[in-house]
Design a binder for this molecule. Structure first.
Ligand SMILES: *Cc1c(COP(=O)(O)O)cnc(C)c1O
Length: 321
């Protein structure tokens, strides 16, 4: 990576911002937001951490092209396209579903970065990690370094585990939203590596943004088993705050996000971080965290997706219920 440094350095010391709104103040717990949304203007949030060792690996093995998968609003597609541009690698984005023109803000950014976009119908997309489709893509695009959907693999777990090293206060819980669960697996692995078994009280808690995501349990366990050679036993995933499914939003969520932003001056988006924060506040309300505990909410970024959601949000905000 030395030959082609990012044009803006990654900020490894993002703020740990204390939440001081009246609800949290009166609750007896402390909540901090780790502002990874501010770690880089283009590779923001968890996506740089997930890509970092994959970029190293691609370079080490001499690959010139990255290929990855995502939906039309994918923050991972956005980040991979930006990483390709920054590190001088070609990028190919395999997008679920049909092309819609004009391109939404996420895909038009990806294209501006030089990413080649290729659309797979939903049926083929479901089989995207199978040999049949991979071979088809190799015939079409030549050799490439494959990054799975959402960027989740063992190297992503390694990258995300390092987030724990950057937290310089004592804490009891660290929370993140979950799409594929790679980030949560990384946080659990990081706690395990930094604090070992001596500290079996620190926990990573994930909030699924997908409906019916019981399968994440198994995926995360498998990721941890292959990365640590064992289960770390220091994590859990909450399945109750998906708001109807991926990218499904409602008025309650939008009101919460707007209120949170005006009280704390921290922007959230409704696909990932808004759902996590709503979940944290609800668990605080229900007394899930005992008094005196310190909770860190990882701001995983994703704010780039807001322009693409603005119509949807505006409609919800105008509707009087
Ligand atoms: C991609 C993304 C996630 C999901 O991360 P996983 O490792 O797939 O669970 C969470 N938050 C934001 C903002 C994201 O863009």
């Amino acid at each position: 990576m030395n030959s082609s440094k990012p044009f803006v350095e990654i900020n490894y010391n993002t703020d740990l911002q204390k939440i001081c709104d009246p609800f949290i103040k009166e609750s007896g717990v402390s909540v901090f937001v780790k502002r990874e949304d501010l770690n880089h203007p283009l590779l923001s949030g968890n996506k740089y951490h997930k890509l970092k060792y994959n970029l190293d690996e691609a370079e080490k093995k001499g690959y010139k092209t990255l290929l990855t998968f995502g939906g039309a609003y994918s923050n991972h597609i956005y980040a991979t396209a930006a990483a390709g541009k920054i590190f001088g690698l070609k990028t190919i984005g395999i997008i679920r579903g049909e092309e819609h023109l004009p391109l939404n803000p996420t895909l038009s950014f990806a294209k501006e970065c030089g990413m080649r976009l290729f659309y797979l119908n939903r049926k083929s997309y479901r089989k995207k990690h199978e040999d049949e489709i991979i071979n088809l893509l190799k015939d079409k695009f030549g050799d490439f370094y494959l990054i799975p959907e959402g960027g989740t693999n063992e190297l992503a777990v390694k990258g995300c585990s390092e987030i724990i090293n950057t937290i310089d206060i004592d804490f009891d819980y660290i929370c993140c939203p979950c799409g594929t669960g790679g980030t949560l697996a990384g946080l659990a692995a990081g706690i395990h590596s930094v604090f070992g078994n001596a500290d079996n009280k620190k926990k990573a808690i994930g909030f699924s943004v997908l409906k019916g995501a019981g399968f994440l349990q198994e995926n995360i366990r498998a990721l941890l088993n292959s990365y640590l050679n064992k289960e770390s036993g220091n994590w859990q995933i909450n399945l109750d705050y998906h708001f109807g499914g991926y990218a499904k939003i409602n008025r309650v969520l939008i009101d919460f996000i707007n209120n949170f932003q005006s009280e704390n001056n921290i922007p959230l988006e409704p696909v990932y971080t808004g759902k996590m924060m709503f979940g944290i506040y609800d668990l605080v309300k229900k007394g899930f965290f005992s008094k005196g505990k310190t909770i860190i909410a990882l701001h995983t970024g994703g704010l780039q997706g807001l322009p693409g959601l603005s119509e949807k949000i505006k409609k919800l905000s105008l509707r009087t219920e």
